[in-house]
Write a protein that binds this ligand. Structure first.
Ligand SMILES: [Zn+2]
Length: 908
């Protein structure tokens, strides 16, 4: 699965929502209904309860569940009801018991209504006993236990209005009528929300999908199309797909609805790209790389594409970026783009990521979620490898550099290993460890073994485990067999322990001995969770005549010193020139060496490091040099980093260099320059941004310029933002930039304009842009004392059934902080934390509570103080009365004999 696509400066809320279903184990057993079969076949229910794990307990260790049966085949015969958003289905599961006679079979199934259950074997009925339908499972009893090896087919007739797993996109929800469709999403544990199965990746079987839809609709599923016929009685078309190769439940996929098609072919593999009809015009931009990616992967991986065909289909308001169902990848419709966005929008890396999964994740699948990197690390790395193949090796290295700098190294405080069993919910595993760090693991292995041996090992790994499940050790064993090298230490430090090395490197030239003296220290905090790392370290010494001398040494301790004999004093010392060690490197070089490093044409990472070092110098000479790099460096990644560096310098000279460099042929660099300019606050920058927002042909760059105008209160900046808000562009990308600017500007007049625009033409906004507008309104109006208008505006959108819009409206009500929204939020919060909308509503209520004025707490404290004082006063009064009483009693009583009387108590 690919994570959501969004820019960091503009994260639409809905894209940040959880991707996968909660793990049933973590939820605990919920209320159960026990259904018993009566003579007439009706089902009765009774309630039962079981305790959920208490909050605050340590997370349980997660392992794959037992398999009581070997699942052979699942046939789903279903009819989606587009009006009721429900699905009726008969799921037939064929299996043989493993090892023991089977007296009960438990299947994962959440909130399914079960109408009937029957079983058969070789055409004869098999008796079925009690059927227990719980909130998250169906358990079927067999009064005559089924012996191991005997094949039985269980038919479960069921219906559901799934809250997960299967999603409708219909006109009554606010989607265009011509785009009506339904789609499913299985990973991690969502299949069980619409059909019963062993819903965990340690089970694979073949599957079959029969789906009944109106004749004008298209049905897509896994495997190959085997039949299509219209039923005269219902008028519905039944489309039958067969996946005759085993795969796991989370890869079972159905997409049905109105779809437009583009076709292609690679060898004899049919390729197709499907979109909603309303976006068909731009579909080709996202499909163009697919045949080339498949050809490259077959060559690089050495295993033919393992499935009958390859369909990609966009779906609306997907909860992720893409999902690699076998032979049918679903993609967010956000990936569609116009050519006008140049290099800023591309489906290439998403396309490559999901297609790589067809081998890594689909052909071989992680046995449990602790080994998720075997899916996601491979998909991430092979997308980089394809970039390298298509665009040059610099792209591979830059991709790895961005992953390291932005996603891995900032997590220095997190020592969780990649292979980790202490998660509460599988979705926690879909993070920087499985994706970019997993990709880096493969990059280091490929370097350690060499590309040819590595390729051979991967081919063997896939061949040995084809259509099976794998653990990290399965991969290690193949690597060891292929290379003859034990990799226990490599796997131990990188996979089973956390973090990465921090390296402090120092260099000194010793002229009399002609020795380069190098010290290298590992400075990461070493603990039970983080080891000292062992890795080969290469130093490249560039001599005055331009020749390069490489020396590789083994590093495995906390500190090492090395002396390298060289013919002459080097003009450059470069650590890890091939970029094959994942580490935070602190190696301070003299400026003269940085300048040499900037000239090394074969070393983009070295040039980026030099750019960063020069930016730290902030001298006039360094700034001029950075300007030249920004205009002249052959690689776009180095130019992007030069723009960022000039932004960081912050001087007028650096601004001059940026203004001089706006004419960039690559839109990615042009946008970075605009972003860097926007980092300055100068009237002339404002004018420049106004011009870009008005004139640039690229809507994404216009949007960037608008965001940069947020901090100028000037009427020209405000006019440009309003023009952007009113403009028309594909997916309203420019308007989205204007909304981001309004969010940053904190200008009440702009907020009014935003609400007017949404009221007038919010229907033309894609759900995510509309969502952003609502969030902005909530945030900006939070500081207002008069909240009625905005509250009503937001409440109206809570009726919108599109997940991003409704979620944004609820979240915005939390930001607004108006207690009168509480009843509506409480209503949605009742959906529960497991429901996406319920979770947002609960968080909004919490925000509302936090935003309550401080007075009630003070009053509470005052009340406490008052009651304490009153209590003390009461006590004093009681004591006083007691004394008075005793004094009176003493006065009234006759005096005792003097000799035996105890001393009278002293008055207090
Ligand atoms: Zn993925």
């Amino acid at each position: 699965m690919a994570r959501s696509i969004h820019r960091s400066s503009y994260p639409p809320l809905a894209l940040l929502l959880p991707i996968a279903a909660a793990c049933a184990g973590a939820l605990g057993a919920a209320e159960e209904e026990i259904l018993c079969r009566c003579h007439h076949g009706a089902l009765h229910a009774r309630a039962d309860h079981a305790a959920a794990p208490a909050k605050g307990e340590p997370a349980p260790r997660q392992y794959a569940p037992d398999r009581a049966v070997d699942m052979l085949h699942i046939k789903i015969d279903c009819t989606p009801d587009f009006a009721r958003h429900s699905v009726r289905a008969t799921t037939s599961l064929s299996f043989t018991p493993i090892a023991r006679p089977l007296s009960t079979l438990r299947l994962d199934a959440v909130d399914l209504t079960v109408h009937s259950v029957s079983a058969e074997a070789a055409g004869a009925a098999v008796p079925v006993g009690d059927v227990v339908v719980a909130r998250d499972s169906i358990t079927v009893a067999f009064p005559e236990p089924i012996p191991p090896g005997r094949e039985v087919t269980l038919h479960v007739d069921h219906s559901a209005e799934p809250r997960r797993g299967l999603y409708f996109r219909t006109p009554d929800m606010g989607y265009p009528a011509g785009d009506t469709h339904v789609w499913t999403q299985g990973e991690s544990h969502e299949a069980r929300h619409w059909f019963p199965c062993h819903d965990y990746p340690n089970e694979k079987c073949t599957t079959e999908m029969i789906c009944h839809v109106p004749p004008a609709m298209t049905v897509l599923s896994n495997g190959r199309l085997v039949g299509e016929e219209t039923d005269a009685a219902t008028g519905l078309k039944a489309v039958r797909w067969l996946q005759d190769k085993p795969h796991v439940s989370y890869l079972v996929c159905l997409v049905a609805g109105h779809l437009a098609k583009l076709e292609g072919k690679h060898r004899d593999v049919p390729l197709a790209f499907w979109t909603q009809p309303s976006t068909a015009a731009v579909a080709a931009n996202s499909f163009r790389d697919t045949p080339g990616i498949m050809a490259f992967f077959e060559e690089e991986i050495g295993v033919p594409f393992p499935w009958a065909k390859y369909d990609q289909v966009t779906i609306q308001d997907f909860v992720a970026g893409g999902m690699e169902n076998t032979s049918l990848t679903t993609l967010t419709d956000q990936t569609l783009h116009e050519k006008a966005t140049e290099t800023l929008r591309s489906s290439r890396s998403l396309d490559a990521h999901e297609m790589a999964h067809q081998w890594f994740g689909d052909l071989v699948t992680c046995k449990d979620w602790s080994h998720l990197w075997l899916n996601e690390g491979f998909a991430t790395y092979y997308s980089h490898l394809h970039a390298s193949h298509l665009l040059g090796k610099d792209e591979l290295l830059y991709g790895l550099w961005l992953d390291a700098e932005n996603k891995i190294l900032p997590n220095a405080d997190d020592s969780r290993p990649i292979v980790f069993k202490g998660y509460r919910d599988p979705r926690e595993q879909f993070d920087w460890r499985a994706y970019p760090k997993g990709s880096w693991i493969l990059h280091m292995l490929r370097h350690t073994l060499g590309a040819d041996l590595y390729r051979q090992a991967v081919r063997t790994y896939l061949a040995r485990h084809a259509y099976g499940t794998v653990t990290s050790d399965d991969f290690r064993q193949v690597l060891e067999e292929t290379s003859g090298r034990p990799l226990d230490r490599f796997f131990d430090q990188w996979l089973y322990h956390g973090r990465h090395p921090d390296l402090k490197i120092d260099y000194r030239w010793q002229p009399e001995e002609k020795l380069a003296h190098v010290t290298i220290r590992q400075t990461q905090p070493v603990s039970a969770d983080v080891l000292l790392f062992a890795f080969p370290a290469t130093f490249r010494f560039v001599l005055p005549d331009g020749t390069a001398v490489d020396r590789t040494v083994a590093v495995d301790g906390a500190a090492h010193e090395f002396d390298f004999a060289l013919p002459a004093q080097p003009v450059l010392v470069r650590f890890d020139p091939e970029f094959t060690v994942l580490a935070r490197v602190d190696f301070d070089l003299p400026e003269a060496m940085q300048l040499v490093q900037l000239e090394r044409a074969d070393d983009p990472i070295g040039r980026i490091r030099a750019v960063k070092a020069l930016a730290g110098r902030k001298t006039r000479g360094a700034v001029e040099r950075l300007g030249r790099v920004l205009r002249e460096d052959p690689f776009r990644g180095v130019r992007e980093q030069a723009a960022a560096a000039l932004q960081g310098v912050g001087s007028d000279e650096a601004l001059d260099e940026l203004e001089r460099s706006l004419d960039q042929p690559d839109a990615r660099v042009r946008r970075r320059v605009v972003e860097a300019l926007a980092g300055y606050y100068r009237p002339r920058v404002m004018e420049r941004l106004v011009a870009v927002a008005r004139d640039d042909a690229n809507p994404a760059i216009r949007a960037e310029a608008l965001e940069g105008l947020a901090k100028y209160g000037d009427p020209r900046a405000r006019d440009a933002i309003l023009d952007g808000l009113r403009s028309e562009s594909f997916r309203q990308e420019v308007a989205a930039g204007a909304i981001a600017a309004i969010a940053a500007a904190h200008d009440d007049a702009l907020l009014e304009a935003l609400m007017r625009t949404v009221k007038a033409r919010g229907d033309a906004f894609p759900p995510r842009v509309l969502a952003r507008a609502l969030e902005t309104a909530g945030q900006l109006a939070g500081a207002r004392s008069e909240k009625d208008t905005v509250r009503e505006f937001l409440l109206a959108h809570t009726a919108d059934q599109r997940l991003p819009v409704r979620s944004a409206a609820l979240a915005a009500l939390g930001e607004l902080g108006d207690p009168r929204a509480r009843p509506v939020l409480e209503g949605f919060a009742q959906l529960g934390a497991d429901d996406r909308v319920g979770k947002v509503a609960t968080e909004a209520l919490e925000k509302l509570r936090q935003r309550q004025p401080a007075v009630p707490q003070e009053v509470k404290e005052l009340r406490g103080e008052l009651s304490r004082v009153a209590g003390e006063q009461r006590k004093l009064r009681d004591e006083l009365e007691g004394i008075e009483r005793r004094a009176k009693e003493r006065a009234a009583a006759p005096a005792p004999p003097a000799a035996s009387s105890p001393p009278a108590p002293a008055a207090p």
